[in-house]
Each structure stands twice: as C-alpha cells, then as structure tokens.
Design a binder for this molecule. Sequence first.
Ligand code: 3PG
Length: 212
Amino acid sequence: MADNVLTQLSSSRLVPVVVLDDAADAHGLASALVDGGLPVAEVTFRTDAAADSIRVMADRGDLLVGAGTVITPAQVDQAVAAGARYLVSPGTSRAVVERAREHGIPVLPGAVTATEVQAALELGLDTVKFFPAGSSGGAAAIAALAAPFTGVRFVPTGGVGPANLHEYLALPSVAAVGGSWMVPRDRVRAGDVDGVRALVADAVALAARLRP
Ligand code: 3PG
C-alpha cells in the first residue's frame, strides 16, 4: 500500500467502514467524520450509491476516502473514477490487485490464513485486511500470523467494537482497525449528523487512550 495512505490510516488507527444507501447522505456523513476528528472513510460497494457517495466525499478535499468491498476490476475503475484514494477488498483477488496497480492506486486485500497472506505477498503487497476478524480467530490469530510474516501489517475488520478494540490495537502488527460501529448505517440514513459525530468522537477518544 502506498506509504502516504498507509501512514494516514496508521496515524488515525481507525477506518470507518461505511454503507451509504443514498449519496445525499454522503456530505453529512463526511462532516460528522471530519468534525468528530476522524477524516477517513471506507465507502463500501454494497449499495448503488457507493460511487456517487465517494465522489461527494472526495470532492470536499478534507478527508481520505477509500472504496471498500471492491470485488471486481469494474468496481476498481468506478472507485478510481469517483476519486477514491485507496481500495479495500474482502478477499485477495489477482484481477482486482492488478487493475488497481494499473491505476496506481493502493489496495488492501483481505487475508486471514497463512496461505492467503502468502498470496498477498506474492502479489507484492505487505498490508492486508484481516476480515472477518472476529470469526477468523481475532487478535490471537493475527499475533500467530505475525510471527512468521514479520513484515506484514494487518487491518482487522469485522466484529470489532469498543469492547475489543484494545485487543487489536495492542498488536504491533496492526496498522489500523476497521469497523462500522461509529458510523451506523441507520443513523447515517436518518441524517443524524450530530449523533454520528458523537460516536466518531468517542471512537477517536477511545483509540487515543489505547495507543500503546
Ligand atoms: C467490513 O466490511 O469491513 C465489515 O462489514 C465491517 O464490519 P463491522 O460492521 O462488524 O464493523
């Protein structure tokens, strides 16, 4: 992953995973993230609003916007055209990684086993999304994988929240942690910008307290 993007994700330590049902909600969500102190988003290609939402958020110029749930080369093209600065994939797909590389955009593929981590390494990547973290062995599994794969950094996502965040952030091999708890889909859809901003601020404060 390109150094500047990874540096920004590592310094925020949190990557909000967003599902937007309507691009009309994207601006308010972006404001909640920026004002809450976490100017980062992973906008997932789980809804038809993803590309337009990325465009709205990226055009503001005040937050690092990536695309998540990128599982096809066509989605890579859409994400890049919309202004995404990095891509996240739930698994490791050669086609997705190669298309990302053609665009010169960093990509974070999913990997939760030694074989998957090696596949990512073979594709020239050293940072992977550990997804779904909770049901794939959690922090203990990451610590075990980090023993042989000393240069690999993980971004655990899926089942992470305030109650177990500390387990992941305590690991030196964890670059950042992804999650949706600070950007609940229903509150974003309801236009509850103040409520989301408060959740974001709480998450930022918690991550700051847990900083090793
Ligand atoms: C993801 O796509 O990374 C996850 O769905 C986010 O998982 P969470 O909703 O459990 O945080």
